[in-house]
Ligand binder design. Structure first.
Ligand code: NAP
Length: 459
């Protein structure tokens, strides 16, 4: 039987192997999930919330173990892994505490005796997930979708199956009925068979653009709804009135958090001419000072990338950008020794047509771009195939708000890195995907938004 391997990216050592399941076993598990749906969809919000409260408690009790597992499997610093588990608890509690309001019937005044909109679950939903936030991404799907009364099947990234099974185990320990949440360790090719299965009603994928296109095409042929959360290479505009020291600090964190592998993280820094040189010098100093190292060492700022192949691909993108005329200001060399490490790297003076401008750099590499002025900076920011999370740094918040409104992205923040927050919708436009997660918008993606009309008697 085929196996998946979890490899510690800090050392290159194998941590564990997990057996893949064949498609027939996956179909059987989907049947179980569909049977579970029959009863799970009928219990009250309060009963479902009670299960989720237990799940939050399991996450709190196992915080250190889960955090260590995430760090071992994908290399993020232990501090950031702990924060990821805290965020899972936050999201679970948010949906458990607010479900009645989020999915409350909406009364509509019509000529009817009574008319309203109600929200009903759909059935078994498949979620295909990436490795970069191996616990949080799954919870961001599962908390709202399951609280709404659906059941969920997880196809997690192959390199984080330890986290995938830990998640399934957490649901079991919290007492969820069998089939409400299931991990499927299947091959990518099996995803097609799963989507085609009659019991799967919808699918969501968080990951790369090619994976999104493939899943959306299969789902489209089968008339099944999709939500896609894909890549980003969003612009962060730095205006001449910004506090440059703070901007350099924020940019460094933005580019190195999660070892540079966050979809919404700042990737292209678009700096107006008047402060370009000063920003670049402050940013380079801070990026150089950031300590790279073993992710369990609490003193390091960033660890290795999640896999060696991804590190090597990133390096090729850096080399290509330099060949195209980009200026390598810092880093850009694969270090000697074990592990999938890549140093903090800055590519400057980038322009449209260069790899580092046009495509996502999913690692600790920053693109710095010079703009003539504010309007030019907005044009450069919007000159992207992506539109996930962008921002503007300025000393004038009214000006910042006007810029934010002109940026083509699912989220645009002023004087802050884009973060996901359960109270706000999260998602992208353009090739960053479609649909929303989180908030009331997210929970309503996987429900039947149903109209009820009641007349007193037949006319
Ligand atoms: P990926 O290679 O697309 O993998 C994501 C998931 O999709 C994995 O479970 C993967 O399985 C599966 N997959 C890959 N190709 C597939 C296909 N053709 N059909 C069905 N499933 C397929 O992406 P990644 O490298 O893990 O993650 C990095 C990307 O995700 C970046 O572009 C990042 O920006 C994006 N991302 C977006 C968000 C967001 O919320 N918008 C959040 C996080 C990451 P295997 O592991 O078995 O290949």
């Amino acid at each position: 039987m085929e196996q998946t391997k979890s490899i510690n990216p800090a050392t290159g050592e194998e941590i564990a192997t997990y057996e893949r399941i064949p498609s027939l076993s996956a179909i059987r598990k989907i049947e179980i999930a569909n049977n579970a749906y029959e009863s799970w969809s009928k219990i009250s919000y309060g009963e479902r919330a009670a299960y989720f409260k237990k799940l939050a408690a399991i996450f709190e009790e196992n915080k250190e173990a889960y955090a260590q597992l995430a760090t071992q499997e994908m290399g993020k610093t232990i501090e950031q892994s702990r924060k990821e588990i805290d965020k899972c608890v936050l999201i679970i509690n948010y949906y458990a505490d607010n479900i009645e309001d989020l999915l409350a019937d909406e009364k509509v005044e019509t000529e009817a005796y009574k008319s309203y909109v109600t929200f009903q679950p759909l059935g078994v939903i498949l979620t295909v997930m990436p490795w970069n936030f191996p616990f949080y991404q799954v919870i961001r799907f599962a908390a709202p979708a399951l609280m709404a009364g659906n059941t969920g099947m997880l196809k997690h990234a192959s390199n984080v199956q330890g986290c995938a099974f830990a998640l399934e185990d957490a649901f079991t320990k919290a007492g969820f009925p069998e089939g409400v949440f299931t991990n499927l360790n299947v091959k990518t090719e099996t995803v097609k068979t799963i989507i085609e299965d009659k019991n799967i009603v919808a699918v969501t994928l968080t990951g790369s653009e090619p994976a999104g296109r493939s899943v959306a095409a299969i789902a489209g042929e089968n008339l099944k709804k999709t939500v896609l959360e894909l890549g980003g290479s969003d612009g962060y505009i730095i205006l001449e009135d910004a506090n440059l020291e703070a901007a350099a600090e924020l940019a460094t964190f933005g580019r190195l958090q999660n070892n540079g592998q966050t979809c919404i993280a700042a990737k292209r820094f678009i700096v107006v001419d008047a402060v370009y040189d000063e920003f670049l010098s402050l940013f380079s100093k801070k990026m150089k000072e950031a300590k790279m190292g073993e992710p369990t060492d609490e003193s390091v700022f960033y660890g290795p990338m999640a896999r060696e192949d991804l590190r090597n691909e990133l390096h090729e993108q850096v080399k290509k950008t330099v060949e195209q005329g980009g200026e390598l200001v810092l880093g850009g060399e694969i270090p000697n020794g074990k592990g999938a490490y890549y140093p903090a790297t800055i590519l400057a003076n980038l322009a449209p047509g260069m790899e580092g401008f046009d495509n996502e750099l999913f690692g600790p590499v920053a693109s710095v771009i010079k703009a003539k002025n504010e309007q030019h900076a907005i044009e450069l920011a919007n000159n992207s195939q992506y539109g996930l999370g962008s921002g503007v740094l300025t000393g004038n918040i009214e000006r910042g708000e006007q810029v934010a409104l002109q940026l083509e992205a699912g989220s645009s923040f002023v004087n802050k890195l884009v973060v996901s927050d359960p109270r706000l919708p999260f998602g992208g436009v353009k090739n960053s995907g479609y649909g929303r997660e989180l908030s009331s918008y997210g929970i309503k993606e996987f429900v039947n938004t149903k109209s009820i009309w009641i007349d007193k008697q037949i006319d």
